[in-house]
Structures are given as C-alpha cells and as structure tokens.
Design a protein around this ligand. Structure first.
Ligand code: ALA
Length: 421
C-alpha cells in the first residue's frame, strides 16, 4: 500500500483531516491506508506516544509507595490525570474516577463489587442482549456467581429500535419494583446509535442504578456523566487515542457506600482487622496493585489532544462523515444497512456504520477492501453469540478520516459488490 499517491484530504465540519492526520505517525508512515476501524482501536497521536516514552524514560517509580521525590512525583501525576479525567467527563469529584484496564474490566468491577454486594434474591437487571459482550457477559456471570450461593437474579432484556437505540418505552414497560440496575451502551459499537435514557427521567424510582458503556462515545462526542445521571460509566483509553490497558470506571459518589473491595491488595487503603477486610476508601480501594502510570499519562495526553481539537468539532466531523457515508452507501449494490444512522429519522451520526452485502461473507468483503488499503472490521464485532448480527462489515471513522476517503471507499465497495447476485 505504501507509495500510493496521497491526495489532499477534504474537510468536514471545519476540521482538516489532512492536518490532523499529520499528528499520527502510523498513518503518515503508510499513506495508502484508509483506516476505518477506530471503533476497534484508534490510531495514536505523537503526543500520546511521547507521553508513554517520557513516563518510562524519566524518574520511574511506584506512585504512593515511597517518600522520595520520584515516587511523590508519580503520585502527583496520577492525581493530576485523575482530576483531569473527572473534569473531562463531567464527574463531580476525582474520587469518582477509578483507573482500570479498560471498559471490560470496569463493567466487570461493577458486577463483582456492587452487584455481588447489593443484589438480593429476585432482583432484576435490565439490559440489551445486543450490546457489546462486555456489557452483557459480566451480568450473566454475576447471575451465575450469585446462583452458586442461592441468590437468583433475573436479567430482563429490552429491545432496541430500528435506529439501534434503546427502546425506552420497552424499558419503562419492563421496570418493576425489583429492578435494581439498567445498563446501556451510550454509543453502540456496531449500530453507532446513541442512547441517553433521558426519557426515563422522573419516571423510574431514584434507587434504580444506571450504567453506561461509554467506550464508543468518549473522545467522539461530549460525554457528561452527571447529565446522563449515570451511577456507573466505563470507557477504554485505547479507543480515544490512548494506549491499551488503560481506562476509567466512573463511580458516582452515591454508590460508594454500596461497594465492596474488588481487587483487595496493596495501595488500596483496606485494613485487615480481626481476620476481616475493613474500610474501602475511594478511589484507591478499587485499584489494587501498581497502576499503569505510563498508560495513565498517555490517557492524560489523549484528553489534552481531544481538548485541543475541541470535542464539539470532533463530534461535528464524525456526524458529517457518518451522514456522507450513509448517503453514499445507498447506491452500493446488494448492500443492506444494519440498524443505525441509515434508519434514523434525524441527523444522528456518531462515526459507526455497519452493513451486510447479500451473497458475500463479510470476511471476503473485508479481504477485498484491505487489498485496496481500506481497513474495516468484519464479523460479529464482539456482540454476544446468538445476537443474529454475526456477520457484517463495520466502518468506523475518527478525526483523521475525510469525506474523500469515504467517497473512494464507497466507490471501491461498489466495484466489489457489482458482480454479486
Ligand atoms: N470493542 C471493540 C470493537 O467493538 C474491539 O471492535
């Protein structure tokens, strides 16, 4: 793919993708690649790469474990990024921010800390069976673990609309006096639809906890966990220009007294008294073990990068690209869009569009596309097995993509599908 002529990239919503692209070494090294798989993981800007190097190259020490300057500096750095993350997602306080290895770890922590301690026999969780596995399997696992101890909880599935959003009328119909938690994808990882659950405001008991998987929304659109009224929210660093192995679990202050140790160990402030673990100070109580400081510094740099570009501009760029792609794909032979922006009756668009091609397996489409440098994800995209959406092509864009790239993509896709019957 290298050596292909690089054409100027067009602008969308005032963002010049070409200028942004210059900050991403992997894309600059291989100009023939059109990277359309940011929902799987984003590319990394130079400043994020530099943050990792700087953290490892200078005064490496374990934060909070020593009284010497390198260690106290590391502790300060951790606290700075924590405070930064709190502001970034609209949390009230840094002690609501727990560093985790990613959304999967965060959502499992909610299940194994809050869920184990608070769910009683007969309680219910409302969830979408069409969410990413990491917002389905932790609840199924929780149900299995509780069942071993004689507590039976029920997972109540709710529907999605044709546009891929949570059907809030279905949720409202299914909320019962035993509902303890409602969980949703803020932006869906395959359908690219947004769910805020705002239609539930004032209509459900305030004791019901709300959980959002924000993996595909943070870094793409403004995310404010307080406006979302979420009790739990999780996102991964690597999808928002950071590095794998980092992420944030937001735990609203009102749930802190309901949590039990999740990773008891060093640095948690938990005490062993009379043979029992006592005290859970937040946020350290949920963060046993040495933190991934290089990754956390990179998370800070990624937030700086996003703020410098402007999250409103990033969102407008994502929306413009999504709408362009949806319209352009309408002319592609044999293409059937999955739920999402193609079915939305408004200007919805959050950077993800998925489809099937009649008569061709998605892996074959992906192989043909990659031969021309178009990198997309194919298959089931981590949806739970049996979802019914186990073979599709997903296009996901970010700040470095342009209208022009998507135009070429749709043109080549038409060539691939034209001969299909
Ligand atoms: N969760 C990532 C995706 O949706 C890997 O592709």
């Amino acid at each position: 793919m290298t050596g292909r002529r690089q054409v100027p990239l067009a602008t969308a919503a005032g963002m010049t993708a070409a200028l942004v692209r210059e900050q991403f070494p992997a894309l600059m090294a291989d100009p023939g690649i059109v990277y359309l798989d940011s929902a799987a993981t984003s590319q990394k800007p130079q400043r994020v790469i530099d943050a990792v190097t700087a953290e490892l190259a200078a005064s490496t020490a374990n934060p909070g474990r020593g009284a010497y300057p390198w260690s106290t500096r590391a502790a300060r750095r951790l606290a700075e990024v924590r405070a930064r993350a709190a502001r970034f997602i609209g949390a009230d306080s840094p002690d609501e921010i727990v560093f985790v290895s990613g959304s999967t770890a965060g959502l499992n922590a909610v299940a194994m800390s809050w869920g184990l301690a608070n769910l009683a026999d007969g309680d219910e969780i409302l969830f979408s069976p069409l969410d990413h596995s990491s917002n389905v399997y932790p609840w199924v696992n929780l149900r299995q673990v509780l069942a071993r101890f004689g507590r039976r909880i029920t997972l109540v599935p709710y529907r999605l609309t044709a546009a891929g959003e949570a059907d809030t009328s279905d949720i409202l119909a299914k909320v019962s006096p035993r509902t303890r938690l409602i969980t949703a994808a803020h932006v869906h990882n395959v359908f690219g639809s947004m769910t805020t659950l705002e239609e539930l405001n004032g209509k459900i008991d305030s004791s019901i906890r709300l959980c959002f998987d924000c993996s595909q929304s943070v870094g793409h659109v403004p995310v404010d966990v307080t406006k979302l009224q979420s009790d739990f929210a999780a996102f991964s660093g690597h999808k928002m220009f950071g590095v794998p192995g980092t992420g944030v679990l937001y735990l609203r202050r009102r749930v802190h007294s309901e949590l039990v140790p999740f990773l008891p160990g060093g640095g948690t402030g938990i005490r062993l008294l009379d043979g029992a673990l006592r005290g859970l100070s937040m946020p350290e109580g949920m963060e046993g073990g040495t933190p991934n400081l290089a990754g956390i510094s990179a998370l800070g740099a990624a937030m700086d990068f996003i703020d410098d570009l402007g999250i409103e501009r990033i969102a407008a760029h994502g929306q413009a690209l999504t709408r362009f792609l949806v319209e352009r794909l309408r002319g592609v032979p044999h293409l059937r869009p999955l739920p999402g922006a193609a079915w939305a009756d408004c200007q919805a668009g959050y950077g993800i569009v998925s489809f099937r091609i009649d008569g061709i397996r998605s892996g074959d489409v992906g192989f043909a596309l990659s031969s021309e440098g178009f990198y997309v994800r194919t298959g089931s995209h981590c949806l739970p097995s049996g979802s019914g959406y186990d073979d599709s092509v997903r296009v996901s864009v970010h700040v470095y993509n342009s209208v022009q790239e998507l135009d070429r993509f749709a043109g080549f896709l038409s060539l691939v599908t034209e001969g299909t019957r």
